[in-house]
Design a protein around this ligand. Sequence first.
Ligand SMILES: [Zn+2]
Length: 269
Amino acid sequence: MISNAGDGEIPLSSEMPPTVANKIQTKLTRAEFQVLHYEELLLLCNEQLLLVNNEHAVPSNASGNFANVADYVSASEAFDVSTMDENALVALRTMFTSAANAGFDEFYVTQGFRTQERQYELYANAADASFVARPGHSEHQTGLAADISYRGANIANSQQGTWLANNAHLYGFILRYPAHKTEITGFPAEPWHFRYVGQPHANYMHQNDLALEEYIEHLKSRGEITAAFAGIVYEIYYFNPGDSIELPHNNSFTSSRDNTGGIIVTVSQ
Ligand SMILES: [Zn+2]
């Protein structure tokens, strides 16, 4: 898909390699853009939109910027909570502060990052293995998932659980395993398990009732979508191996591989 040079669009020169269309409505000049190929973009990727489920294992080269959970939020010492992705923790802290303002001031993280070895132990010792992902297939191994309790209690069927389910998307989290998506996610309902995906993705998924699996399929089939959050408009592009993209030189975009072979690029306008 090549963009036509129209009103407000940046024309593509004829010498340029085939690029995926960009429709970035901006005042940037030609010199402020760069063409990035899939392989170059891969090096810039974070893991924020990594799909991990029964079909897609955590990549062996997954990386992250981890921090201590207890430095950001209340972590239950009864469980093995140690570290999580730092962006997820910052968002979690903001979410817990808002929850406290709403009257729910004792949310705890009971599970954060989990190593492959720990996942093996849990899986081997599980009374009900349907709630425990196979080693290599747990979102906790990405550091982007948090299991949340309230005053040490399970938040299923509680007003605290309802508050999180209704508000987590405002802080970049999704309720990863809702009851009505079990056939898509492959997991039974887990009202306590929240996954950080960032904005505008969390908001878009919530508004359109899409599980992460469905969101990635949605992006693949559309190629690009527009999403807005907190007054900012974003263009979201899906790239396959071999694709190229024209992106601003400045830092107004982020990219994440999706763990199904594609890269999702998010450009803020
Ligand atoms: Zn969990």
